[in-house]
Design a protein around this ligand. Structure first.
Ligand code: F6P
Length: 348
């Protein structure tokens, strides 16, 4: 192969830049030129006026310093157009026109589905699991998860320190889409007492009971950590009833949020519960040493797979080592939630 492409797609994650950099280093080492495809799969559709706005030759020397930067140098996006077969065919013709013979796709589950489509249309792809969510079953860790987790642990520790000073409980929402791994490990890492995840159903009453019990035991700064996806696993309840009791009204159930939960807890447990949504602080961090290492090895392996004609693969971590497996098999694997850790956190 003489020319390959690299793109980042979906939510950005710490370590994406390190992976781009590693791909660029390996490409140069093996005498291949590298095209940076901008804004995820959108870049393959060449929608802009200038081709350089969508696909640009990456010169290692100009990107040498990006490895430790947060975010993604190539920009990222979700690309709904790519769901349409005629747009994918258009993308493939642009990819051929640019002389790109294989693509390194850095992104999560949705990005991998796009990569699979490209593979089936004859463009070899290798995936690097760039997402903070840790929701891909075939790998022990996704790229960016470690950094996001460390960021959340630091933030929850800070929240708990102030909560202790004021004897106030905290309700903290973390990211993770449909995966509770960030919330789970944040609780394990900070001693937060109540963990709510998408994988396990829960009810408002149960959280009220548990927080009240903590307060009765003298723990006035207990922390509820809720994964953003846990709103979907909340058991049917009369949300309006709880809110009316504390003189609040929600007109649309899709707007239920951490601040409402804090209001209900404040009212029911007679404690000044304070809400915090950590949001993008989790994603926009400099990669941890672990994520930088993973990105470095993954980028290098991705280029080697492509140049050896081993396309249609994804890279992950197994037994602490970087490995690869076919993209089709990876997407079929079912995630196992760590229920015993969840039970341990919530029962102690
Ligand atoms: O997939 C990464 C992620 O950060 C999820 O945790 C979150 O649900 C989603 O992206 C948010 O996406 P956006 O930044 O587009 O709102």
């Amino acid at each position: 192969m003489r020319r390959i492409g690299v793109l980042t797609s979906g939510g950005d994650s710490p370590g994406m830049n390190a992976a781009i950099m590693s791909v660029a280093k390996a490409a140069r080492h093996y005498g291949m030129s590298l095209i940076g495809i901008k804004r995820g799969y959108n870049g393959t559709l060449c929608k802009s006026n200038h081709i350089e706005d969508d696909m640009v030759e990456l010169d290692l020397d100009t990107i040498l310093d990006i490895a430790d930067q947060p975010g993604t140098y190539l920009r990222t996006a979700r690309c709904l157009d790519f769901l349409r077969p005629e747009m994918r065919a258009h993308a493939v013709s642009n990819i051929h026109e640019m002389g790109i013979e294989g693509i390194v796709v850095i992104g999560g589950d949705g990005s991998y589905h796009g990569a699979l489509e490209l593979c089936q249309l004859g463009v070899p792809c290798v995936g690097i699991p760039g997402t903070i969510d840790n929701d891909l079953a075939y790998t022990e860790m996704t790229l960016g998860y470690d950094t996001a987790l460390n960021s959340c642990v630091e933030d929850v520790r800070a929240i708990r320190a102030t909560s202790r000073s004021h004897d106030r409980p905290g309700v903290v929402e973390v990211m993770g889409r449909h995966c509770g791994d960030i919330a789970l490990k944040v609780c394990a890492g900070t001693g937060a007492e109540i963990c709510l995840v998408p994988e396990v159903p829960w009810s408002i009453q149960e959280v009220v009971n548990r927080l009240c019990r903590q307060i009765d035991m003298g723990n006035l700064r207990a922390t509820v950590v809720i994964a953003e996806g846990a709103w979907d696993s909340m058991q049917p309840y009369d949300w309006q009833h709880y809110l009316m009791e504390c003189h609040e009204r929600v007109h649309d159930d899709s707007t239920i949020s951490t601040s409402y939960l804090a209001k209900v807890l404040k009212h029911k447990c007679k404690a000044e519960a304070r809400p915090t949504v950590l949001g993008y602080t989790q994603r926009g961090r400099q990669p941890s040493a672990y994520d930088s290492w993973f990105a470095f090895e993954a980028g290098n392996l991705a280029v080697n797979l492509l140049r050896n004609g081993i396309g249609n693969q994804v890279i992950g971590i197994k037994d602490g080592r970087v490995y690869y497996m076919p993209i089709v098999e990876a997407l079929q694997k079912k995630r196992e939630f760590n229920l015993s850790l969840y039970n341990l956190i919530n029962s102690l």
